[in-house]
Design a protein. Structure first.
Length: 87
């Protein structure tokens, strides 16, 4: 399949691009399909996710994160309620 030039348009507060039907048909995208978007240098790489079960869990995203170096648990006293807070 050959490359196409598409225009990026403003949609609300975001930017969006429409996928040409031949690309959609080629990879089998449907409404509400999940895709992964990442960068490779200055390229955007959009990959169709086969199904929802192939999405990463929060544990998978943070499996190599050094948990013993950051976010040590501590209790913080925020003072007495100043308005309609529920404590």
């Amino acid at each position: 399949m050959s490359a196409k030039t598409m225009r990026v348009n403003k949609w609300g507060n975001s930017l969006g691009i429409r996928f040409p039907s031949e690309f959609v048909d080629f990879v089998g995208l449907k409404e509400k399909s999940l895709v992964e978007i990442k960068t490779d240098g200055e390229k955007l790489v959009i990959t169709k996710i086969a199904d929802e079960s192939s999405r990463k869990t929060i544990q998978e995203y943070f499996k190599d994160y050094p948990t013993n170096q950051f976010f040590q648990q501590e209790e913080i006293d925020w003072g007495k309620p100043a308005g309609d807070e529920i404590w």
